[in-house]
Write a protein that binds this ligand. Sequence first.
Ligand code: NAD
Length: 480
Amino acid sequence: MQRNVIANVPLLSSSGRTLEVLDPSDGQPFDEIQRGNARDIDHAVHAARQCLDAVWRQTRATDRGRWLLELSTRVSAQADTLVALEQRDCGKPAWQARAEVHALVRALALHAAACRAEQSETRCTTPDGGSILTWHVPRGVTAHILPCTHSMPLFGHTVGAALAAGNVCVIKPSENASLGLLRVAQIAAEAGLPAGALNIVTGLGPEAGDALARHPGIDHLRFTGSRSVGTLILQAVAERHCPATLELGGKSPHIVFADADLDAALPAIVQAAIYNAGHSATAASRVLVEMSAYESVLERLGQAFERLRVGPASMTPDLGPLMHSRQQQHVWDFLSDAQVDGIAMVAQGQIADEAPEAGFYQAPTLLRDVPTTHRLVQEDVPGPVLCAMPFEDEDHACELAHATRPSPSPTAGVWTSNSERALRMARRIRSAQVFVNHYDAACDLELPFGGLQAGNCGNEIGVEAASSVRTFKTVTLPPG
Ligand code: NAD
């Protein structure tokens, strides 16, 4: 049974309750995590505050950098264990789990390298010879509520950046992706991270997550997850004016013009549709195709979808199972609505014969001519479902790309051999990141990522993530 990690000590929840951990590949329970509650969160926040006041505030930036580097090195040494945990806990194929653990290693090293002394600068002198200083300071105790998708790299960026800047952290991982991060917290304790700098409380969103969002001891909240939960988080923090950074989900479109190199575009779009079993902000969920190429693109995409195989994480399939049965039921509900509403299915992949009946499998599905008002276009579908629709011209393509509510998608792909059009579209598409003639659903998070477009209240990953974990204060000194 797994325990929370508070002040480097493995602890049972004061609720006395646990949650079963299911293997998505066979639907069977194989472990338990603590069902954390408001008291556990309170304990973790106090441990963090104590560490901040007694130890962390006095640490040098170079020492924080050394700890983060040490953690990165130790995580790397235990990569095989973490990969196995991610496969079992999240149903990720080995190649994806390994890539994500390595992304965590790199993120920790990146933020270790970025550790630097808090900067202060003289902004100006007053007419009577006084000074006005601006000090860059950490936020203090930061809360991190993480999603079930790629929790390893996200942890590396949001927690790595926060610790590097001199904050202490309380983390609530997804109840569907906790095991790997609990192991990382244990590794951090073994690496000698001061007790209380990094604390993890597992549990359900409306319990442990909500308690964390509402806790008065939190100085900054960082959330990555769905738009619907993001709304609840903003409402919770608004009550006490706690600053928050949100990276939310979306309906990332791919816009394919008739002059695009389809040999490059179509495999990339298929991979993007099935990345993380289709449950990711960067997963392709819509493909918009110029009318004259629509039928030929659908024919080729359909053939590619029919070849895809979903299977147990241990089998090296094209994609693994979804993470839990609720997610699977959710996708089935969307597909059943599609059928009732007469939306045509172009093709579907295969569920491997070896896949146990009770696993949470969903064959990748390609649908066509999906009306923009349909919930398949408007809502997050947590699985590998790609909706195709034709467009007439650039204006129409932009209109369709922006037709989702409440916000534009975090990422978009534009495929055309016309370089002027490519740049024109990149300017017009209101996504935080636009990929032109290539696409990386996994995103190399060391590079600049995302942006501050509508719907994203901040930036949690990439090199820009560090900016929101520190703030500044102004100090005015008299002359002399
Ligand atoms: P989710 O929103 O259901 O849950 C995210 C986290 O919030 C979990 O830890 C959950 O326990 C917690 N939570 C749930 N209800 C809560 C509440 N009432 N109060 C406080 N916390 C609560 O998302 P998920 O299914 O775990 O992850 C997938 C989503 O994350 C998708 O929408 C995906 O697009 C998005 N995502 C976005 C990015 C990005 O960079 N923009 C990256 C990864 C994932």
